[in-house]
Design a protein around this ligand. Sequence first.
Ligand SMILES: Cc1ncc(COP(=O)(O)O)c(C=O)c1O
Length: 476
Amino acid sequence: MISALIALRRVDEEGLVAQLTGQLRALIATGRLGKGLALPSSRRLASDLGVSRNTVTYAFEQLAAEGYLEASHGRRPVVTVDGGERGDGTGAVASSARSARPQLSPWASKLKQTDWPMSYQAPLKPLRPGHGDFREFPNEIWARCLRRSAMRAARRELGPVNRMRLREALAHYLATSRGVRATAEQILILPSAQAALTLIAAVLISPRDDVWVEDPGYPGAAAAFRASGARVTGMRLDEQGMQRTPGMAPPKLIFMTPSHQHPTGRLMSLARRTEFLRSSRPGKTWIVEDDYDGEFHYDSRPVPALQGVDAHGRVFYVGTFSKAMTSDIRLGYLVVPPALVGTLEIAQRHIGLIAASHVQEALAEFVADGHFLAHLRRMRRLYHARRDHLVEGLERHLGDVLSVEIPSGGIQLVARLKRGRADQAAVKRLVEAGVETRALSSLALGRPRDHGLLLGFAAWRENEISAALRTMASCF
Ligand SMILES: Cc1ncc(COP(=O)(O)O)c(C=O)c1O
């Protein structure tokens, strides 16, 4: 009995027609009412369902118009399509389509193997690493910049994907604050630092090219290069940062975070920087310098970027506004070696990694009017105090279980387990108690050698850090 397959909610006539039409359409499209089947007459179905005859007649007329039924006066309507031809008509996907195995591209197939842990859940909990304090962001000023930029939109020249005002403001900021040597034309404005890595991988990496990354390191980088088919090798760290393994032939590309190694916060020594540059032959080995939180340094003057020391155009410099402003601003940038600017610009347009023009213009104003530097100065003082607060608390309350590696800058720090390797179990216990951290072993490329916790300090007020430390002390 067809009426047993239909369940109508009692609403007005129009609503009943829509429900009945939708449900009959779905039954036909999924094959439960097969081609050639004669449906009950409108009078009969109306009586079985307890609705007016008009309701059923309208539904039949609609389905006949859509080609699902053949209806002629005085005869029962007949189903005219094979199930499965048209989806279920409700916008839902038929179960056969859901279980079918799509043939993915090599790139998409590799995404599954990239092992990029994305386990964080909303809402943000102390001491989640990787964030600045968005509550301190000058939203009023930013909103004014956005508004002015939106109001100017009609008069704005159309076209440039990378807005020149922002490129110029960034070229000046990066030269004076980070020692980056670049013309405005070398700077691409992108939706994130991750977009920069994807773009570089798309342009430079062929399957089985060798890529070196830091181990432990930033998983998003290994993921981007692996997805392009690279053979990614994790290079161990010592006190001077990433190390070369003696005897290994130079790779196609080296990814590093020399200002504050992610996750340890270590600063790469000058000797190590020179060693990497010397062994990278121009045009053969490219270096990607990710300066994701280089704005924040506390103990001494920041060491200038590696990019500024390179005289042979081998270094890509990647930056993001996710840490310095807020992560939902979705803006990053890439300083491209001169020989590759044209190619990268074409690739940027092909992949569509283009940031909204009015947001780029707003940011140009925010930087040019000094708001960006003022915000950084204020956050540097705040984050410095928070780093010290967390370090002191860890040493005082958890000194027997954790040993802290004090970073000279950045927004997070590593505390190693003094005994055992159970960092993942500790993370699980802590999150249940309301403290969110990341296991150091989850940032290893191969077999984890380091066990500990990655703790964010920048995003959390001192009283929040103190409360989290009390929770941690009771958990350990
Ligand atoms: C080392 C490193 N690089 C890049 C990024 C990504 O920045 P974005 O949000 O701009 O993609 C992160 C984010 O956590 C990071 O830690």
